[in-house]
Design a protein around this ligand. Structure first.
Ligand SMILES: [Zn+2]
Length: 200
């Protein structure tokens, strides 16, 4: 499966924020990863909108088209095949069960769910930038299907001070000054994982 180039920039979906509309994709459409978000931590809508817009651009730059939707209240039975569910939680159910440096977790076994710990993301400034990169990192774990980290960039195990500095920038234009990137191997694993996920 080949990926067509995706224009860099915010799409209409991103500008409007999350959508509950389900467009019908024709067979010739670019493969699209559907991401559902449930805002269980009552994250500010504007912060969430900006984070989704940036995460969409991060994946577009990696050749992955994403479509972001509000998670249906009826539960995961209503989710599309191959989709990913991001739960924005107040924090871990048990703080001690998750490394104190982790901002989120990907449920690798089922390969479908990401849990973001808002109490931890919130400690950083410019939370929308951090939230975008956290979602991108954890979604990538699920796409790749393997527990691996890169030495640099989005898939680094733990971001350090300079990484947080780099991912933040111009809040008005929602463009990090020095965006974190995927390494070459990350991109290859993402493409392979996405191909498998969407033909299931
Ligand atoms: Zn990780």
């Amino acid at each position: 499966m080949r990926f067509t180039a995706v224009a860099i920039g915010l799409t209409t979906t991103a500008l409007l924020g999350l959508t509950a509309v389900t467009p019908v994709l024709g067979k010739s459409a670019t493969p699209c990863l559907v991401v559902y978000v449930s805002n269980e931590a009552e994250v500010d809508r504007e912060v969430q909108r900006k984070a989704v817009a940036l995460a969409e651009v991060i994946f577009a730059n990696a050749g992955v088209k994403t479509q972001w939707r509000i998670a249906p209240k009826t539960g995961s039975a209503a989710f599309e095949d191959g989709s990913i569910h991001i739960r924005l939680l107040h924090g871990p159910v048990n703080e001690d069960s998750v490394s104190s440096r982790a901002l989120a977790s990907a449920m690798m076994r089922e390969g479908k769910q990401v849990r973001v710990y808002w109490n931890r993301v919130q400690r950083h400034t410019e939370t929308s930038f951090v939230l975008a990169y956290v979602m991108a990192h954890e979604i990538t774990h699920l796409l790749q299907g393997v527990a691996r980290h890169a030495k640099t960039g989005i898939m680094k195990a733990y971001w350090e001070w300079e990484d947080f500095e780099a991912m933040q920038g111009n809040a008005v234009q929602m463009r990090p000054v020095r965006p974190l990137l995927f390494e070459r191997e990350d991109l290859a694993l993402i493409r392979e994982g996405l191909r498998q996920r969407l033909v299931r």
